[in-house]
Write a protein that binds this ligand. Structure first.
Ligand code: URA
Ligand code: URA
Length: 297
């Protein structure tokens, strides 16, 4: 049997056992090779197989190329929970912590409901023409954690509520893992109307919609923001850096600490990202608990 085939079977088995992240995080490539009986490459011609293995593992998400890559094998509590802030790379800083960012109608919005009313009437871009319902966001106006996603999908468009589809159910579980219910937090997207067929949001749509998110964050003034996935992270932090580069640091958005993690929909496609996501939300939890200091901007 080909090495890749063996590896695939091995990974599937671990997934069925529900523990593949733990297992893979604790193993080196050589460990996995020994486990499936591949041994070390003996000759130069075998090295190609070795490299292939490494690529396969990486493609399977088992080898992280993130700042958290060097973490020891899974222990409890999470290694990151014990990390001092000094160990984290510096994050991106967007804006100052001054409260008022926008003038006009939005600055007159004093409550989350005021913002939602403006979102419902919004015609700033064309997405309202094709969307069934606006999805302004929901949760506690006093939330200490705000989760920011990308844009409504089909289920959200039907219901007018954020993260209620499959990805949303996973988000609910992720929140439960850090002892939070959906009612404790505020869940919102960068875009408030669904892009047709879930196409990627366009820059002009983001620019049109961004003031609502900013005002929501101003009103709620959470202790921590979690950016879910590449799109939310890049939109909030005004960067093109990849999610791998953005994870594992504490960024600041107008003074509010931002933790970046994978989008729950991406986790559904790639369960090997669950473990790093767990690390990320533990970091958010530690910030909420005041257990780690926020680096100065
Ligand atoms: N994906 C998102 O980014 N947001 C939702 O509300 C649902 C899915
Ligand atoms: N790509 C995405 O869009 N989101 C993730 O979280 C990871 C990869």
């Amino acid at each position: 049997m080909r090495a890749d085939e063996l590896l695939r079977r091995y990974l599937e088995q671990r997934r069925e056992l529900g523990e593949q992240e733990l297992v893979l995080d604790g193993l080196s490539v050589d460990d996995v090779m020994r486990l499936i009986g591949a041994g070390r490459p003996k000759s130069a011609s075998d090295t190609a197989v070795g490299a292939n293995w490494r690529d396969s593992l990486r493609a399977a998400g088992a080898v992280e190329s993130t700042p958290l890559a060097d973490m020891p094998a899974a222990t409890s509590p999470s290694p990151i929970a014990d990390r001092g802030i000094i160990d984290l790379p510096p994050g991106i800083v967007v804006g100052t912590d001054a409260r008022e960012l926008f003038g006009g109608d939005l600055s007159r919005c004093q409550t989350i409901d005021d913002v939602a009313a403006l979102v419902r009437a919004c015609t700033r871009c064309d997405l309202h023409r094709t969307a069934k319902n606006p999805v302004p966001g929901e949760g506690s106006p006093h939330a200490r954690l705000v989760c920011v996603g990308e844009a409504p999908g089909a289920s959200e468009d039907e219901t007018g509520r954020p993260f209620v589809g499959q990805a949303g159910q996973l988000l609910t579980k992720i929140l439960e893992a850090i002892k939070l219910s959906r009612d404790d937090v505020f869940i919102v997207n960068v875009l408030k109307h669904r892009p047709p067929g879930n196409r990627n949001p366009r820059p002009d749509e983001v620019d049109a919609c961004r003031p609502y998110l900013v005002r929501q964050l101003e009103i709620i003034r959470p202790t921590v923001i979690i950016a879910l996935g590449t799109f939310a992270a890049q939109a909030l932090l005004e960067t093109k850096l990849s999610i791998g580069k953005l994870r594992g640091a504490i960024h600041r958005y107008h003074g509010i600490p931002v933790v970046v993690t994978y989008h729950p929909a991406a986790l559904l496609r790639n369960p090997a990202w669950k473990r790093p996501t767990w690390e990320d939300v533990q970091l958010a939890r530690r910030l909420l608990d005041g257990a780690i200091a926020v680096p100065p901007p």
